[in-house]
Design a binder for this molecule. Structure first.
Ligand code: TA6
Length: 306
């Protein structure tokens, strides 16, 4: 069943994904960006700034933007590369989808254009499969080198998560890891805490992270589990009050109800020989948190995951 593309007031073509359990997601062809993921009770699980600018070539501040071929300014391109500012297409040439009676998956593709070849002279195909199932949102990204020479790239899927109160959020799974601190000229540190909590601006690239990271929203008694493969690093970002005020497309109070936890390749860029392909997958799932004396019971969340 071909995806049904709708155009909203902002004129941006999008695909609406639904599944029989009642959850839904919205994907823009602009940037190949998930802009909404709602659970069966229609609660929005992703953060979207109410000052986001839904007009090309600006990147939309929220949902799950894709950074390719460069994360941040770890290279000569514009900040976070150009994939998030380009119009992607439906990928008709994709591997068969499981038959469903609702539109629960969509395959998108972005290919190198004449314009982009001027700034990044490499031919590529970037594919993104977005799949929705009960309580889960899965993104599978693939980069194929369609050039006659090798190239390298860095990459991120930037998960803007909706939280009830950032001061009541814990992130588990990154303890004891090394990280680059973007607030300290990317100096390398080692995480000492037994879980990350938030009382100020955080902008860190955690390196060689585990396949599962738990973001625990105490107030909502809800845990979001990020599971990833082929994406070894994870960026954690909250601008806090001062930086929030300095961002034109971010509400002054927005920092209180958001946290960005990315799946990324930053420290060791991917190198592809001609016609090689790289694959990076992430799965976001929602589980109810189990708390005892303020500690999450990891066996019930991190390892209870199939
Ligand atoms: O987390 C990496 C980072 O580059 C931060 O330093 C901050 O700039 C954030 O991403 C936002 O980037 P953007 O280009 O989306 O405004």
């Amino acid at each position: 069943m071909p995806p049904n593309i709708v155009h909203d007031a902002d004129g941006l073509p999008r695909v609406i994904l639904t599944e029989s359990g009642g959850s839904s997601a919205e994907v823009l062809l602009y940037g190949g960006q998930v802009v909404s993921w709602k659970n069966e009770r229609k609660a929005e699980l992703l953060f979207m700034s109410n000052k986001a600018i839904w007009k090309p070539p600006k990147a939309i501040r929220g949902g799950i933007p894709v950074c390719f071929p460069q994360f941040a300014n770890f290279g000569s391109l514009e900040q976070h590369g150009f994939a998030r500012n380009r119009l992607w297409s439906l990928d008709s040439n994709h591997s068969p989808l499981p038959p469903t009676n609702s539109q629960s998956s969509v395959d998108l593709i972005l290919k190198s254009t004449e314009e982009d070849l001027k700034t990044w002279p490499r031919s590529f195909e970037l594919r993104l499969r977005i799949s929705l199932s009960a309580g889960k949102l899965t993104l599978i990204s693939r980069v194929r080198n369609t050039d006659n020479k090798a190239f390298s790239f860095t990459f991120a899927m930037r998960n803007y998560l909706s939280v009830s109160d950032i001061s009541e959020v814990r992130v588990e799974g990154l303890e004891t890891l090394d990280y680059f601190d973007n607030l300290m000229q990317r100096e390398r540190f080692t995480e000492q805490a037994d879980a990350i909590t938030f009382d100020g601006e955080v902008d860190r690239v955690y390196l060689s992270t585990p396949t599962k990271i738990a973001i625990i929203d105490h107030e909502k008694k809800r845990t979001l589990v990020l599971r990833k493969e082929g994406l070894p690093d994870s960026v954690v970002w909250n601008p806090w009050d001062k930086k929030a005020k300095a961002l034109p497309d971010f509400g002054d109070e927005d920092y209180k109800t958001m946290l960005r936890v990315d799946s990324a390749v930053v420290e060791n860029p991917i190198v592809l020989k001609p016609f090689e392909e790289w694959k990076g997958c992430q799965e976001l799932s929602i589980v109810s948190s189990s708390y005892c004396s303020g500690q999450l019971d990891p066996s019930k969340v991190l390892y209870g995951f199939s």
